[in-house]
Every structure is written in C-alpha cells, then in structure tokens.
Design a protein around this ligand. Structure first.
Ligand code: CA
Length: 212
C-alpha cells in the first residue's frame, strides 16, 4: 500500500493523468480527477477572451443580414436639428428596428422640417455601451446626403468615424466601419446636407451600432 501512494505522488507531480482510477482505493481517486477539472476552467476563460476581441463588421452586408447581426443594436432615443412632425417623421421614428419597407416618403422615418434647406443633424443613443466596429444608417428617401458620421463615447466626446461623399441609393444602409474603438460608444451624430437632394425629402428609417 505504501508503494502505491509513492507512485501516485510521482505521477501527479509529472502531470501525467492517464492512470486508471480502478487501480486505487477511494482515498486516492479525488486527486486524479481534480486536476483535469482545473484545466477545463482555464480553457473556457481563454475562449471567452478571444470572442471579445473578434467582433467584426461586414460593410457589404445585405439589408437582411444587417437586421440579423448578432452584434448590432438599434438606436433607442433620437433628437434632430428639426423634424417634420411630432409623431410621423419625428426623430423618434429612427429608433428601433427598420419599419420602412420600400424607398419613398414614409412617416415611419425621420424627416427634417424643410426640403433642400441645408445642414441638418440627427443624434441617437444606444442602450448598451460597446467597443464599436461600425455604424449603419438606413436611408429611406432622399438618399446620399450624409456628409459626416461621428461616434459619441460614454463621457460625451465625439470621434469622427467617416466623412465624405455618400453614394447610398435606394432603400439601403450607409455602412461605416471603424477600427475597434478603445472607448465605449453609446451614441452617434449624423450630419446631412439636404441640398444634395433638392427634389426628395431626406428621410432616415433606422440606425444600428455594431460592437461588443
Ligand atoms: Ca423607422
């Protein structure tokens, strides 16, 4: 019996755990089963860390793929420099998931008070602050007028995510990828130039933040 105990101690110290439990009495078995359990816990933690840093942004995702993006969240509040109505076409209409089903004038989207007036801004917030990888803006009418997209961190600082020429047409998203932010984002500000669409009222249906 003494010889068996010495042998187990040497094997456990060497990290070899292939001993058949049936070789030992009930007082030695727990020693051999505890070791693999610790290894399992360590592996689980590593998997979780990897998932946190691999959130990606597909800037060419189809509209249906955008709407099922597991790392996406829709705006929960919205304000604007002006709004066409207090219910239909109000800033509130850009919150939640998209509900405009075809390109055109629709009260389920936000619209500014005036057509072809000039610069307008739309500001949104999100419930969950995330390290962001991108923002998506669903343009539903007067598409192609966004000039600047900024992300807002939890301390109220703005960061330019994109500026340039918006080539969006039809009922489609302006998709703005960013390098995974080191700051936590829970808001965005969108600047538009409505003179770029003098014939069609500019309308935005929904805004999605992507991150983790
Ligand atoms: Ca909407």
């Amino acid at each position: 019996m003494k010889k068996i105990h010495l042998s187990l101690g040497a094997i456990v110290a060497a990290g070899l755990l292939t001993i058949g439990a049936g070789c030992f009495n009930t007082t030695t078995t727990p020693t051999t089963t505890n070791q693999p359990a610790k290894t399992t816990v360590t592996n689980t933690a590593k998997t979780a860390d990897t998932a946190t840093t691999t959130v990606t942004f597909n800037a060419t995702a189809s509209n249906s793929a955008v709407e099922s993006d597991a790392n996406g969240q829709w705006a929960t509040t919205a304000t604007a420099s002006s709004e066409y109505g207090s219910d239909s076409w109000s800033a509130e209409q850009v919150t939640k998931a998209p509900n405009v089903d075809s390109y055109g004038d629709n009260g389920y989207a936000w619209a500014p008070l005036e057509l072809n007036k000039g610069e307008e801004t739309l500001e949104v917030t999100f419930t969950k602050a995330v390290n962001a990888v991108g923002l998506r803006i669903l343009e539903s009418y007067g598409a192609g007028t966004v000039t600047l997209v900024e992300l807002k961190d939890i301390d109220g600082n703005y960061y330019t995510a994109w500026e340039g020429t918006d080539t969006t047409s039809g009922l489609d998203y302006l998709q703005v990828p960013v390098t995974l932010t080191t700051y936590e984002v829970n808001g965005a500000r969108i600047t538009l130039d409505t003179t770029l669409s003098p014939e069609e009222w500019v309308e935005i249906d929904a805004v999605q933040l992507v991150g983790q």
